[in-house]
Design a protein around this ligand. Structure first.
Ligand code: SF4
Ligand code: SF4
Length: 449
């Protein structure tokens, strides 16, 4: 079996982001494999834990990928501050005699953005709405590469590393079966410090905001990188409460057109034609979001990576360009409007880019997570819950198709849903042994029956 077939059979998808199926990403030729070890979201410690404790496994998987796919260059990019992780990786690289470079970056956000990391490592700009392959690169994250190591031994992706931090008794890294409830993960971290709290699934900048009630129904998926427990009346909770109408009214009345949002926008700084301040100006004149999707300025909202720098850091008026762009992107997508790159266009990063990088620590202060920023999380807890609920859509592409039904007995690692024939997608495997309780848009398994 080829390595991409092994990866497909293991159901591996990008563990740190949207969940693009890894076997599909590695198809085709490319000259540089870049591993994203930046873990740029303040507070997350999952990839750092893996780099510190699983460096040999990472190096083994990288050697296998580069050898079999004939990739001439491989670089792990991470922050220069991660001294212990760098020492651990260097030791593993030397032990294996591997040709893997380490690229040290400053501590800025979003260092782990795919297009940002390609520029940092190679000096090449991925064209707007393009992919790293257009400049000869592929980017994968640390946790994904650890899953590839397991796939080499025939083990599918059924266990997930994630960080649970914030207002919990014992912030820690967990390794739990896919489908474990958030409630169980919070319990493993000693429980929340207060009875009322707000939850973010992922990092404080790009994570998914959840009320306590919504979080009670969430489960760990292949892409869950963290669970943050934050104050019920803090920055994230209050931002989440602002209605679209109120957001638009504020854009009309308060945007002073200072253009700070564009000047600090990481994608604009890479030379991409997104200018959030111009989108905000259009919004000030609009009655509804998306009433003129054919406007070229509005269409450029498609180039927003939703990093949140504009609203969390740049805007002096507390406005929400990112949220407006996110709504516009959905409307552009629904209308089938894609960004059209001008023929022959070339892109260069702004000469001011370095001076406009956003320091991670100052950003953490702005989004009110500084109290947890310096946590050193070295502890790992593992768990084997009696019940899991595994969603059939944990990745980009078509939902997986169940191959089991209610009442079936399954063993951990057994295939329970397959990728539809000829479609982009991923296989899913049982993360615990037990009986299938139900099959709908997810598969519930219980070991207690
Ligand atoms: S969220 Fe804001 S800063 Fe980030 S890419 Fe979009 S417009 Fe630029
Ligand atoms: S930073 Fe805020 S006030 Fe300034 S142009 Fe952007 S949205 Fe308007």
């Amino acid at each position: 079996m080829s390595i991409t077939d092994q990866i497909a059979a293991a159901g591996i998808v990008g563990c740190g982001g949207a969940g693009f199926p890894t076997h599909a990403k590695l198809k085709g030729t490319f000259e540089h494999l870049i591993i994203n070890g930046a873990e740029c979201e303040p507070l997350l410690r999952t990839d750092r834990y893996i780099m510190l404790n699983k460096a040999d496994e990472l190096v083994r998987a990288l050697c296998a990928i580069t050898k079999e796919l004939n990739v001439p260059k491989c670089t792990i990019a991470l922050k220069a501050d991660y001294k212990d992780e760098i020492a651990s990786l260097e030791k593993a690289i030397a032990k294996a005699g591997a040709d893997i470079a380490i690229h040290r970056m400053e501590s800025f956000y979003p260092a782990g953005d795919e297009q940002t990391i390609v520029y940092e490592v190679t000096g090449r700009v991925v064209p707007p709405a393009g992919i790293p392959g257009m400049v000869g690169c592929v980017v994968d994250n640390i946790a994904t590469i650890l899953a590839v190591n397991d796939a080499l031994d025939g083990k599918p992706l059924t266990q997930k590393y994630l960080t649970v931090t914030g207002e919990v008794k014992h912030p820690m890294v967990l390794r739990v079966p896919v489908g474990t409830s958030f409630a169980r993960c919070i319990e493993l971290a000693g429980g929340a410090l207060h009875s009322d709290y707000f939850v973010v699934s992922g990092g404080p900048m790009m994570g998914k905001p959840l009320t306590r009630e919504q979080a009670a129904n969430e489960v760990v998926t292949k892409t869950t990188s963290g669970i943050l427990i934050l104050p019920a009346d803090g920055y994230h909770a209050t931002q989440n409460e602002i209605s679209v109408r109120h957001m638009l009214n504020r854009a009309k009345s308060a945007c002073i057109q200072c253009s700070a949002c564009s000047q600090l926008c990481p994608r604009h700084m890479l030379g991409h034609p997104i200018e959030p301040h111009r989108i905000m100006r259009k919004m000030a004149m609009a009655n509804e979001i998306g009433e003129d999707l054919n406007d070229p300025v509005i269409r450029n909202a498609a180039l927003c990576c939703e990093c949140g720098v504009c609203e969390a850091y740049a805007c002096p008026m507390g406005l929400q360009p990112r949220r407006i762009n996110s709504l516009l992107k959905k409307q552009l997508g629904a209308a089938g409007i894609r960004y059209a790159r001008p023929e022959g266009a070339e892109y260069e990063a702004d000469p001011q880019r370095d001076a406009r990088k956003v320091p991670s620590k100052r950003l953490a202060a702005r989004v009110e997570v500084l109290p947890y920023y310096h946590y050193t999380i070295r502890e790992l807890a593992e768990d084997q819950p009696a019940q899991v609920r595994i969603p059939l859509r944990m990745h980009i592409g078509a939902p997986s198709v169940p191959v089991v039904q209610a009442g079936d007995s399954v063993t951990a690692g057994q295939l329970i849903a397959k990728c539809p024939d000829g479609a982009l997608g991923a296989a899913i495997h049982a993360s615990i042994s037990g009986k299938v309780v139900s099959v709908n848009d997810s598969i519930e398994i219980s070991s207690a029956l």
